[in-house]
Design a protein around this ligand. Structure first.
Ligand SMILES: Nc1ncnc2c1ncn2[C@@H]1O[C@H](COP(=O)(O)OP(=O)(O)OP(=O)(O)O)[C@@H](O)[C@H]1O
Ligand SMILES: [Mg+2]
Length: 402
C-alpha cells in the first residue's frame, strides 16, 4: 500500500484510506447526511468494519491504520493544527456542495481529470472527414455560436464515437478538447468506478455538478462499454455498478433539459454492448471507420516523409497493400519500416565497444525493401469486424445528409 497518495492518481487503497479517515465513522452518527444524498442505505456496510461492500472483509491491519489516523486527526484537531495534507483543498474552483463529502469527492475528481489542453489539432487526424464534420456541427459550433442553437435546435448533449480499435476515436475527442477550449473531463472506468458501495454514483453526481460549474465542458467517457454495458445482463453484476449506470443515465437526462453547455462525448469499440437506454441518450452516433486509401496515404506521407536526395518511398504500394489496416496498424508498420535502418546501424555498433556520441554512425534512409519487409511483417488487426460496425452504423448511426 502506498504511504502517500500520488499527486496525479490515487489508488483505490489511497482513496479508501482517505475516505475512511474522513467519513468512515462519521456516517453512523449522521444518517441525515446520507439521506440528503439519496442513498439512505448505501453506507451501511462501509461503516460496520466487517466488509467494504464488495465482499472483501476489512482486515484488522486496515482497521488499525484507520485507528491510527483517527487518533492523529483527533490530536491535531485538538492542537488546532491543519489535518492531513490531502485534506487541504487543492482547487478553489469548486461549486458549493451541500456536504463535505461531495466536496472531497469533487476535489479528488478534479485532481484526477481536469487536464490541460491535449493539443491534438483537427489537421493531425487524417481522413475521417465525416466524423470531424459531425463533431464540429455537434460541439464546436454550438459553443462558438450559441445564439443559433436554441429551442428545437438545442445542441446534442450526448455523442458516441464508435468504430474499430485504433481508428482515432480518442484522438477526435482530444481534438474537440483542443479546438473548443472547453473544460475537458477525461474519464475512464477507473476514474468513476469505485469499489465502495455508493461511491461510484456519488462520483458521477459530483462529476456532472463539476462539469456544470465549469461549463462549457466536455465529459469524455472513453471505453464507455466498460462503464455501462447492458444492465442486468451478467449474473455477476454488482448492485453498485447498476446504480452507477442508473445515476449516469439520470444525469445525462438532466443535461438535455438545461441550457448549460455540458456535452457527454463517449467512445467505444463495442457499441452493440451498450445499454439501449444509454444509446438513446447518446443521440448523435458517429462511426469512426478504418482509414480510406487517401487517409492512409496522408498518414504514410506524414510518418515516413521522403528525403529529397533519396529514392522516393513506394507510397502507392503501401496504400494498396494496407487495405483494412487501422490508423494504429499503419503507425506500427511505419515504425517497423523506420526500424530497419536503425537495425543496420546496430549491427555495426555491436562490433565496437561503446562509441562516443560524435563518432556514432549516421542512420541511413529507409529503403524500398525496408518497406516491403515491414509490409510482410505486419498484419491488420481490426478489419474482420468492420462489417459489423457498418451494420451498426446503418441501424443506429448518424449520417451526413448532403
Ligand atoms: N485518422 C488518424 N490520423 C492519424 N493518426 C491516427 C488516425 N487514426 C489512428 N491514428 C493513430 O493511431 C493511434 C491510436 O488512435 P486512438 O487512440 O485515437 O484510437 P482509438 O480509436 O481510440 O482506439 P481504441 O478504440 O482502441 O481506444 C493514434 O495515436 C495515432 O497515432
Ligand atoms: Mg481510445
Amino acid at each position: 500500500m502506498a504511504d502517500e497518495p500520488s499527486i496525479t492518481r490515487w489508488s483505490f487503497q489511497d482513496f479508501k484510506m482517505f475516505y475512511d479517515i474522513k467519513f468512515g465513522r462519521k456516517k453512523e452518527s449522521t444518517p441525515k447526511d446520507a439521506a440528503a444524498n439519496g442513498q439512505p442505505s448505501s453506507n451501511g456496510n462501509s461503516s460496520n468494519g466487517t466488509s467494504n461492500g464488495n465482499g472483501h472483509p476489512k482486515s484488522t491491519a486496515e482497521l488499525s491504520i484507520y485507528e491510527q489516523y483517527r487518533q492523529e486527526r483527533e490530536n491535531s484537531a485538538a492542537n488546532g493544527v491543519t489535518l492531513l495534507d490531502a485534506e487541504k483543498p487543492k482547487k478553489s474552483l469548486l461549486p458549493a456542495f451541500e456536504s463535505a463529502e461531495m466536496r472531497t469527492l469533487a476535489e479528488s475528481l478534479s485532481r484526477d481529470i481536469i487536464r490541460g489542453s491535449p493539443n491534438v489539432k483537427w489537421d493531425s487526424i487524417k481522413g475521417l472527414e465525416n466524423a470531424k464534420r459531425l463533431l464540429k456541427e455537434a460541439v464546436v459550433m454550438p459553443i462558438k455560436y450559441p445564439k443559433y442553437f436554441t429551442g428545437l435546435l438545442s445542441p446534442w448533449k450526448g455523442i458516441l464515437l464508435f468504430g474499430p480499435p485504433g481508428t482515432g476515436k480518442t484522438m477526435l475527442a482530444k481534438a474537440v478538447a483542443t479546438e473548443c477550449n472547453t473544460t475537458f473531463f477525461n474519464i475512464s472506468a477507473s476514474s468513476i468506478v469505485s469499489k465502495w458501495r455508493g461511491d461510484s454514483e456519488k462520483l458521477v453526481k459530483v462529476l456532472f455538478e463539476l462539469a456544470r460549474h465549469h461549463a462549457p465542458s466536455t465529459i469524455f467517457l472513453d471505453e464507455i462499454d466498460a462503464i455501462i454495458s447492458q444492465r442486468g445482463e451478467s449474473r455477476s453484476e454488482h448492485e453498485s455498478s447498476r446504480r452507477l449506470k442508473t445515476e449516469l443515465l439520470i444525469q445525462m437526462d438532466g443535461l438535455t433539459k438545461t441550457d448549460e453547455l455540458v456535452f457527454v462525448l463517449a467512445a467505444t469499440n463495442l457499441p452493440w454492448e451498450l445499454d439501449a437506454a444509454m444509446l438513446r441518450r447518446l443521440e448523435k452516433r458517429i462511426l469512426v471507420p478504418l482509414p480510406e486509401a487517401e487517409a492512409r496515404k496522408a498518414m504514410f506521407e506524414e510518418l515516413l516523409p521522403s528525403v529529397a536526395e533519396e529514392e522516393t518511398l513506394p507510397y502507392d504500394l503501401l496504400v494498396e497493400k494496407t487495405e483494412g489496416y487501422s490508423g494504429s496498424d499503419i503507425r506500427l508498420l511505419c515504425k517497423e519500416a523506420a526500424m530497419q535502418p536503425l537495425r543496420r546501424v546496430m549491427a555495426i555498433l555491436e562490433q565496437h565497444d561503446i562509441l562516443p556520441d560524435d563518432e556514432l554512425p549516421k542512420v541511413g534512409p529507409i529503403k524500398h525493401e525496408d518497406v516491403e519487409n515491414a509490409l510482410k511483417n505486419t498484419r491488420p488487426s481490426a478489419h474482420l469486424h468492420a462489417p459489423r460496425y457498418d451494420r451498426f452504423n446503418s441501424d443506429y448511426g448518424s449520417q451526413i445528409l448532403q
